[in-house]
Design a protein around this ligand. Structure first.
Ligand code: SIN
Length: 484
């Protein structure tokens, strides 16, 4: 692999401003999902190295916290400039380790950049409140302070954006961070750390440990020095981390699995709805937590909708993300392929029809055909589990209430989408959907301004937006008495 700046290809962890290996030199291999070729390795670290990273973050905290928001914001702005200057290398690294097409990887770097820029600006706007006093000899106020050392654990599906969405607000607020990137895609995070070092993020303020997720996660959540843990990943792992964090009542943000409904009412613009679904479903080969998972189309437009959808799905170009024009890359690993195959087989067994796709792609390996299934019923596992693959699961409904009942019939509550024309319906449906985020006549809701996060089993807390900084700060109430 040829980067313009080869020094962004880092195969070591980053602790206290130093690139380092695991004690004993153990490594884990990282492969390219497009052809299973080895990309390299990163240190296989565990408890001891994590404790070292926590100590480094703790040591760096007082000086970082003491800086003004404006000073921290200036460093984040330099980080932003350097990421922007190295966007081609970062996109290439991401496509190699994650498989997403190069154009999509570039899009993700821009998305990642938007968080760095946003929180560089927000760093200057950490306000408190002066409160009305209840006694004439007292003055009351509430101030915001950084929570302290934070742990961040990110997933493989957005190797850059999840890092900056967590690290930028933490640093802007005056916290220091120990990050554990996904072991399948560590190189984007390591390149971001190298650019952060060049931008002037002081030693120990941003640390990365790589390796054993169980050991590192246990140490991060069990440490009483770490005051906050932010995690993106599966609901099962989120539940475990929540249990582990209970021992020291750590503040938590969890961005967990979704099961997004995508409803198309008969007063919708069908082409617009098809385009929205194509984006929402096939972004990152269907491997996002906000991907449309269950598609409900009003019965009287279902035939037309699925005909137009199939034309678009059949035109998707599948292949190695490095090739020009490719729109869908491989899935991340064999477990992802197995899951998609299991869900599709179960749906077919229980009566679903395959309108297109439905099998491994002729390219073999981790490539799966863009697929449309119809006739999905609640008896099928695909109606309840997050697919995390390029499969559209279609069902029909007759009334608005039926659509809402089907959409809300889920333990997950992350994103929901619907397409409709009637303004009264838009308000009714938007308010009744039990989800943290709702896209109305759009399949693309992610940006730095909107609060990203879910309700129910999809997690707690919000990322990005002006609310995202709150997650990394504590509110301190001050009651000041005197001879007034
Ligand atoms: C995710 O899938 O974890 C994030 C998706 C997004 O930010 O849009």
């Amino acid at each position: 692999m040829q980067l313009q700046d080869q020094s962004l290809w880092r195969q070591q962890a980053y602790i206290g401003g130093e690139w380092c290996d695991a004690a004993g030199g153990a490594v884990i291999a990282v492969n390219n999902p497009a052809d299973n070729s080895p990309l390299g390795s990163v240190p296989d670290m565990g408890e001891a190295e994590t404790r070292r990273a926590i100590a480094a973050a703790d040591a760096a905290l007082p000086a970082w916290r003491r800086k003004t928001g404006k000073e921290r914001g200036a460093i984040l702005r330099r980080w932003h400039e350097l990421i922007l200057q190295n966007i081609d290398d970062l996109a290439l690294i991401m496509t190699l380790e994650n498989g997403k097409p190069l154009a999509e990887a570039r899009g993700e770097v821009h998305y990642a950049l938007s968080f760095v820029e946003w929180f560089a600006e927000e760093a200057k706007r950490i306000y408190g409140d002066v409160l009305p006093n209840t006694r004439s000899d007292q003055r009351l106020m509430a101030i915001r302070q950084p929570i302290g050392v934070c742990a961040a654990i990110t997933a493989w599906n957005f190797p850059c954006a999840l890092v900056t969405r967590k690290v930028s607000p933490a640093l802007a607020a005056g916290c220091t961070v120990v990050l554990k990137p996904a072991e399948l895609t560590p190189y984007s995070a390591l390149a971001l750390a190298e650019l952060g070092r060049r931008a002037g993020i002081p030693d120990g303020v941003f640390n990365i440990v790589t390796g054993n997720p169980v050991a590192i996660g246990r140490e991060l959540s069990g440490s009483s020095i770490v005051r906050k843990l932010t995690f993106t990943g599966s609901t099962a792992t989120g539940r475990l981390l929540m249990e582990q964090c209970a021992s020291n009542i750590k503040k938590l943000s969890l961005e967990l699995g979704g099961n997004a409904p995508f409803i198309v009412f008969d007063d919708a613009d069908i082409d617009q709805a098809v385009d929205g679904l194509m984006f929402s479903k096939f972004r990152n080969a269907g491997q996002t937590c906000v991907c449309a998972n269950r598609v409900f189309v009003q019965e009287n437009i279902a035939a037309e909708f699925s005909a137009r959808l199939q034309r678009k799905v059949n035109a998707l170009r599948v292949g190695n993300g490095l090739q020009d024009g490719v729109e869908q890359g491989p899935l991340i690993n064999a477990a992802a392929i197995d899951k998609v195959q299991r869900l599709v087989a179960d749906a077919i067994d229980k009566g679903a029809q395959v309108l297109t796709g439905g099998a491994l792609h002729a390219l073999g390996g981790l490539f799966y055909q863009p697929t449309v299934l119809s006739g999905i019923t609640p008896a099928m596992t695909i109606a309840h589990e997050e697919i995390f693959g390029p499969v559209v699961a279609l069902s029909t409904f007759t009334t608005e209430q039926q659509a809402l009942d089907m959409a809300n019939d889920s333990a997950a509550g992350l994103a929901a989408y619907f397409y409709a024309g009637n303004i009264d319906r838009v308000w009714r449906v938007m308010e009744q959907l039990e989800y943290g985020m709702v896209g109305v006549n759009t399949g693309m809701i992610s940006n730095e301004v909107g609060p990203f996060g879910g309700i129910k089993e999809s997690g707690v807390g919000r990322e990005g937006s002006r609310y995202g900084m709150e997650e990394f700060m504590e509110l301190k109430y001050v009651c000041m008495a005197g001879k007034l």
